[in-house]
Write a protein that binds this ligand. Structure first.
Ligand code: P6P
Length: 325
């Protein structure tokens, strides 16, 4: 029967109920729903940032990274911990805003998943209404594994990953390990609805996304690469918010780089809840994600907040970067 309705009712809950989940991951959809609920609550806060003045600016404290904590960082972190802790399938939580992993419940009583997240990446951009986002990574916990063992798995072990971008619209980009799909939050429905399936990163695109201010702090190979791009017709796009920069790279192609610098010898971005989830999404969309010396998803983590250099995006563009290193 030809449908006479024009509304998009392909909601995330319907998608998760019918998604072809990896074997044994029947409860994974429940975990994604808990994340979605938290991000809808975060979106409401972000949208009202200037209206509710009590949520703009910093809390006057620094997080484990030594970074100035924004009020919305803490609010977003608390919303995610609340929604995930309430979900019986979540056993361990790791957050950029928490010094250590939080053990919510043992696997023996159902806590089969570990969820790692950056609750509000790029939050310093809130004051100027630039795109900010929540980045999340989901891992299965081996029976009886303790908190750190549950969290410190290489990125290739992720069973799901995604982000929510609070930009001109609120959208979720998600992979359950079988391609990348995109949803937009319909504020009237209060649901994420499916708008694009099987996203693919264009293999080539002459756009590099990097903070040029550190140019002479990068290793020589990166300096050589940047010089090469300037005589080969490359454009430059850099928002300074990883979720926004990676989202553009995922949809339009190009290469996003945050190499090590003299002041940040391991790079600035965190492996577990920034680089790994973004790398799984990019690889699932046919792109590449490397540290400069190897595949990001192969890195065996040593600690929750460790950092890594990041080069990710169009496979052809990542190859060109590597050819200069
Ligand atoms: P820089 C935001 O603070 C963030 O963690 C990422 O979202 C972003 O990609 C990066 O830092 C920007 O860092 O040094 O260019 O300001």
């Amino acid at each position: 029967m030809t449908s006479r309705i024009s509304e998009n009712l392909d909601t995330l809950p319907n998608y998760l109920r019918t998604a072809k989940l990896p074997d044994g991951e029947s409860n994974l959809g429940e975990v994604i729903s808990a994340i979605a609920l938290a991000t809808k609550a975060i979106a409401r806060k972000v949208r009202r940032a200037r209206i509710n003045d009590d949520i703009i600016g910093s809390v006057g404290a620094t997080n484990v990274q030594g970074e100035d904590q924004q009020k919305l960082d803490v609010i977003s972190n608390d919303l995610l911990i609340h929604c995930l802790s309430a979900n019986p399938n979540v056993g361990v939580i790791g957050s950029e805003e928490e010094d250590d992993v939080v053990v919510v419940r043992p696997t023996a009583v159902g806590g089969e998943y570990c969820v790692l997240f950056d609750p509000l990446d790029g939050s310093s951009n809130i004051d100027v209404a630039a795109g900010v986002g929540t980045i999340f990574s989901v891992l299965r916990i081996a029976d009886g594994a303790d908190g750190d063992a549950a969290a410190l798995q290489p990125g290739k072990a992720q069973v799901a990953a995604g982000y929510v971008l609070y930009g001109s619209s609120v959208l979720m980009v998600l992979t359950l390990g079988n391609g990348v799909d995109m949803f937009v939050l319909d504020p009237e429905l209060g649901e994420f609805v499916l708008v694009q399936t099987r996203l693919e990163v264009p293999r080539e695109k002459k756009v590099r996304s990097i903070n040029g201010a550190y140019r002479f702090d990068f290793a020589q190979g990166y300096q050589d690469y940047l010089a090469w791009t300037e005589s080969h017709g490359y454009g430059s796009r850099y928002i300074g918010s990883m979720v926004a920069d990676v989202h553009r790279t995922l949809l339009k192609g190009g290469v996003f780089l945050y190499p090590a610098t003299t002041s940040a010898p391991d790079g600035k971005l965190r492996l577990m809840y920034e680089a790994n989830p973004m790398s799984l999404l990019v690889e699932q969309a046919g792109g590449s994600a490397v540290t400069g010396t190897g595949r990001i998803l192969d890195v065996q983590p040593g600690e929750l907040h460790q950092r890594t250099p990041v080069v990710l995006g169009s496979a052809g563009e990542v190859e060109i970067v590597l050819s200069h290193l």
